[in-house]
Ligand binder design. Structure first.
Ligand code: PAF
Length: 290
């Protein structure tokens, strides 16, 4: 085992070894920050890692493409994997530990437990990807048990995922502080995502309609429009304007319960999911009370 506080990245694929490291952190009273990822690290991930490095004594990152959160016709096999360059990025920023387990390590034959957060998983992404949040909840709880973090960092791009993880931390009485981190965007507005690398140059241009439509929605809301039907129609027009994109959902809802709202009143989430080529992209914004 390498020395972690000399900022040499320790890489392990084994749960038992990761648990030993977590135990030694606890014994030394070190505050541990955790950033779970599926790899193909981009500035959004690096921003989460930066927040952890700034506020914790040790930072653990996991890279695990979690098969249980992919549906049968989804992109599990083509999901981008680039471990070597991810490791270089983690070394450069000074992460302490990379936990990079295999499928067999996380789900040995005979694995029979899964975790379901109810109610808030039935709409938005949970509706079109029914296995998504069962897979996410199960793997995140397993990772929390293995890494034993004090804080865990998640991006607000996956707004519903974050709400699901907040629910499981609260309902299962976990002593972990969840830190929400705002969406990181490219200079032209595209929300950062590992799936952006599937986009052809043309699809990349099409994808800009997500952030553009959200911006237009915010502008008309600021000018006084409150009807969700009107705003949803405007977003739809903006998304479909140039073609090349299929809408999964446009949701104007409560940011905690995900109940659809007929009018924009109080804090409101506008969330979108679309398919462009092989990529399913999501984006969102929150209208604060006004
Ligand atoms: O957001 C992700 O990258 C994944 O859903 C997560 C939280 C790492 C679980 O596999």
């Amino acid at each position: 085992m390498m020395e972690t506080n000399s900022k040499v990245l320790k890489v392990t694929s084994f749960i038992s070894e990761m648990k030993d490291v977590a135990r030694s952190f606890k014994e030394n009273d070190l505050n541990v920050g955790f950033v779970p990822t599926m790899g193909c690290l981009h500035e959004g991930h690096l921003n989460l890692i930066k927040k952890s490095l700034e506020s914790c004594d040790r930072t653990v990152v996991s890279i695990f493409v979690n098969q249980t959160q992919f549906g049968p016709n989804e992109d599990l096999h083509s999901y981008p994997r680039q471990l070597q360059s991810d490791i270089e990025k983690l070394e450069e920023v000074g992460v302490d530990v990379l936990f990079h387990p295999t499928n067999e390590e996380m789900y040995p034959s005979g694995h029979k437990t899964s975790l379901q957060v109810n109610k808030i998983t039935k709409s938005l992404c949970g509706k079109s990807r029914p296995s998504l949040f069962i897979g996410v909840s199960t793997v995140v709880l397993k990772l929390f048990n293995i890494v034993q973090p004090n804080k865990a960092f998640f991006g607000e791009k996956d707004w519903q995922q974050l709400a699901v993880i907040e629910a499981l931390v609260e309902d299962l009485n976990l002593d972990i502080a969840l830190i929400r981190v705002p969406i990181v965007r490219e200079a032209d507005g595209l929300a950062m995502s590992s799936r952006n690398c599937y986009l052809s140059p043309q699809d990349r241009i099409t994808a800009l309609s997500l952030s553009r439509s959200l911006k237009q929605a915010v502008d008309v809301i600021r000018q006084g429009t409150t009807s969700s039907k009107v705003i949803s129609h405007l977003i739809q027009q903006c998304l479909l304007e140039k073609g090349g994109l299929e809408i999964d959902y446009i949701s104007i809802c409560d940011p905690k319960s995900f109940k659809e709202k007929e009018q924009i009143c109080g804090r409101t989430l506008i969330a979108l999911a679309v398919k462009i080529g092989k990529s399913r992209l999501i984006d969102n914004c929150v209208i604060e009370e006004f």
